[in-house]
Each structure stands twice: as C-alpha cells, then as structure tokens.
Design a protein around this ligand. Structure first.
Ligand code: NAP
Length: 273
C-alpha cells in the first residue's frame, strides 16, 4: 500500500484526505492519505522519517510552508515564491508550490486567458504571493492591493509587471481590469467583501481563494453584476490535482476529486445564510 499525507498543525478539518482518497479509488490505487501534526521542532525528523518509511509524498500546510524550505530541494517556482505545499518523496525530497499551479489551473478551467490580462490581486500573504508569481509567469500585468499597503509594495518589488497599492485604490484599479482575485481571508469569518460592490463590473472574472463558504459575499456581488466567478474550491481542487500528478506521474481523475470535494464543502455550506 502507498501512503501519502499532510503535515500541518492543526489538520483536523482538512479536505485533502477525502479528495485524494477519491482519486485513489478512481485510479484503482492501493493507497491511503493520512494527516500528521508534528511539533515544529520535529519537522526535519518528520520529513526524513516519512522518507525512510517509504511515504511517497506529503502536502504541507500552516504553519510549516516556509519552515520546510531549508529541509528539501526546491523547484524554481517554490523557491521564488518562498513557500512549499507539496513534497515529492519518491526521490530526493523536493518541494513544490502547487497552490500557484492550482490558481492557474482554476482560471484555465474557466477559460481565463492570463497572457496580457490586467489582473487585480487583493492580499500580500502566502496565497497572494503564490498567485502573484504565477500570474506574472503567465504574462498578466498585476496590481496588488493590500490592507497593509507596505506589504503590497514589497511583494510588487519581487514580482515582474506588478505594482503595489492600498485597498482604497481598488475602485480605480478595477475600472480597466479583466481579472480580480481575492487572496485574503476576508469573507471567511464574516459575510463581508474586500471590494465595494459598486466597483465590480460584468467584464471581470472574479476569483476568491476563500472556500469556506464556497459562495462568499464577493462572489455573490460579482454574480449580480454579471461577472464570471471562480470559487475557492477550484484552486483547492487543482492544488491537489497537481500534487497527485507530481507524486504518481498519472493524470488525476479531476471530476471524481471535484465531486468529493464539493460534496464535503456543500455539507458545511450555509454559514451566513
Ligand atoms: P496570510 O498569509 O495570513 O495572509 C492574509 C492576508 O489577508 C493578508 O494580505 C492580510 O492583510 C489580509 N487580511 C486579513 N484580514 C483582513 C481584513 N480584515 N481586511 C483586509 N485584509 C485582511 O494568509 P494566506 O495563507 O495567504 O491565506 C489567505 C486565505 O487564502 C485564507 O482564507 C486561506 O484559507 C485561503 N487559501 C485558499 C487556498 C485554496 O486552495 N483555495 C490556498 C491557500 C490559502 P495584511 O497584510 O494587511 O495583514
């Protein structure tokens, strides 16, 4: 039996086990996906122990995405982003950032052409950083707006074709934008949006990284203007798809994984309704 897993703390509410195990069933793999909560000081031992035990791959989540950077080889994108969420243990332990590819594939799935697109990205934390690099790699120009403007400016210096702003600039930035991505946690705890509804327009594709709830206030507002929307479940799905494909070398059964993920997320929906 092959074993894959997730390192984080806490990992109790993770949707990765059901999503990955749905893929194993669909692919006829004899495999399990297990969650682990190591102490921070045991992280290095956890990774080498997993490798020694023949565990094939690990996902990594909060609070370890930066800590593992010095413990594994890095692929170029993970190195530039400065965060790892997937480790391939089938050879020399190597870290990848599949959040970035997850965002790209979520947008591709919704027919968004990023080459030459004018993107507005809200946030300057871990998710925003991963998305900013992948947007730039795909040829978009990016305007980052963050509550703490200095963090947006700092991120903009690291990413090509990017400028940094504060949230009050959003209405102006959105006037000529093609794509809007919320990469903050706003909309998760409360039914609030980081964007004034009147700044949205029907020429936008609006993606939210928040997936609890799936339909955030931002996405509801966007739908009302006639904009295309991409909920946070799609990025979550495709980061898992990308991880599974790296670990196994096989094409992931995307629809089976999506069905399971959406089933889990819908079961917990209705938080603000
Ligand atoms: P993080 O590194 O802690 O960054 C949080 C970001 O949110 C910062 O830009 C922060 O602004 C901003 N923020 C927080 N509260 C705010 C508020 N009340 N008003 C305005 N801005 C606020 O977190 P992260 O790891 O990037 O995660 C952000 C969200 O992405 C979380 O909800 C997470 O669940 C989600 N996520 C989803 C996926 C997916 O696959 N769908 C993947 C990764 C993360 P400041 O800089 O001013 O503090």
């Amino acid at each position: 039996m092959d074993v894959y897993g997730l390192l984080g703390n806490p990992v109790g509410h993770s949707l990765s086990p059901p999503m990955h195990e749905a893929a194993y069933r669909e692919l006829g793999m004899d495999a399990r996906y297990v969650t682990f909560e190591p102490d921070p000081e045991s992280l290095e031992a956890a990774i080498s122990g997993a490798s020694a035990l023949g565990i094939k791959g690990l996902n990594v989540t909060i609070p370890f995405k930066q800590e593992v950077l010095t413990l594994v080889e890095l692929d170029d994108l993970a190195d530039r982003i400065g965060a790892v969420n997937t480790i391939d243990l089938t050879g020399t332990p190597t870290g990848y950032n599949t959040d970035a590819a997850g965002a790209r594939r979520a947008l591709e799935r919704h027919d968004v052409d990023l080459d030459g697109a004018r993107a507005v990205l809200i946030g300057a934390g871990g998710a925003a950083r991963a998305i900013a690099f992948v947007l730039a790699d795909e040829g978009a120009t990016i305007q980052i707006a963050n509550r703490t403007k200095e963090r947006a400016e700092e991120l903009a210096t690291a990413v090509p074709q990017t400028t940094g702003h504060g949230l009050p600039d959003l209405p102006d930035l959105l006037e000529n934008a093609d794509v809007l991505i919320n990469a903050t946690s706003v909309g998760m705890e409360t039914d609030t949006s980081p964007v004034p509804a009147e700044s949205l327009h029907r020429h936008l594709t609006v993606m939210d990284v928040v997936y609890r709830p799936l339909e955030t206030r931002l996405l509801r507002d966007a739908k009302q203007t006639g904009a295309e929307t991409v909920d946070g479940g799609w990025m979550l799905l495709y980061q898992g798809v990308e991880a599974l494909e790296r670990w196994t070398g096989r094409e992931a059964p995307v629809e089976a994984m999506n069905e399971t993920l959406r089933g889990e997320l819908t079961d917990e929906a209705g938080a603000f309704k």
